[in-house]
Design a protein around this ligand. Structure first.
Ligand code: 5RP
Length: 220
């Protein structure tokens, strides 16, 4: 199976976690897109969705799936989304698609976070994938200098503005040995909106697409 087939396979497996009559959170990216397409087949079973990006909201609506405002929806039963890296503790790096802030909000507002990934995303130590960080534009240079003090090599994601009107710095060379600690420390830098480490609220379930089928892992 190629990577797209593995993504589709885990996205379809995640349908099992959709609870009838509830509002669910929906992530962003190519794996999440396969989930949206699968969700279309059972859309009558759910009350609605909250999307983590404008792009996902548009795709959901194109399938006739109701998209709600998180403030109206309240607590969500489940959040389904992909990741750029995942470790054995279900800590994640996210934000390759630039939607990390809304993704972290929707994950936080959900009872369960189901992460859907192909096996290429599984790592022992997070940090090979450049860490996306959403930053208020006026703080770009200051935040970049602070990130260098952490040993990182920040680069502006060119020509990209987030759904919240901010920039993304992609940070290379961070070996993330203590993800929860680094997430909290970076979150304290003024001007940083969201760090793409999801460790303080990790995934609860990982559906990993492998050549031998879908492997289900729970947070240890
Ligand atoms: C978007 C994300 C995505 O979940 C992540 O980039 C994985 O994307 P894909 O499913 O296309 O591999 O965090 O901000």
């Amino acid at each position: 199976m190629n990577q797209d087939e593995l993504k589709k396979q885990v996205a379809e497996a995640a349908i099992e976690y959709v609870e009838t009559g509830t509002v669910i959170g929906v992530g962003t990216g190519s794996t999440a897109n396969y989930f949206i397409d699968a969700l279309a087949r059972i859309k009558g079973r759910i009350e609605g969705t909250v999307a983590s990006s404008v792009a996902s909201a548009d795709r959901l609506k194109s399938h006739g799936i109701a998209v709600m405002d998180l403030n109206q929806a309240g607590q969500l039963s489940v959040y389904v989304d992909g990741a750029d890296e995942v470790d054995d503790y279900l800590h994640l790096i996210k934000g390759g698609g630039g939607a990390l802030t809304r993704e972290k909000i929707v994950a936080g507002a959900s009872d369960k976070f189901v992460c859907i990934c192909d096996e290429s995303k599984l790592v022992k130590v997070l940090g090979t994938f450049p860490l996306p960080i959403e930053v208020i534009p006026m703080a770009q240079s200051y935040v970049a200098r602070e990130l260098v003090k952490f040993g990182g090599r920040p680069e502006l994601r060119q020509g990209f503005t987030t759904d919240n009107g901010n920039i993304i710095l992609d940070v290379r060379d961070l070996e993330i040995l203590e993800p929860g600690k680094l997430e909290s420390e970076l979150n304290n830098i003024p001007g940083i909106v969201t760090v793409g480490i999801f460790a303080n609220r990790p995934a609860d379930v990982l559906l990993l697409g492998t050549g031998k089928g879908v492997e289900t892992r729970s947070a240890p």
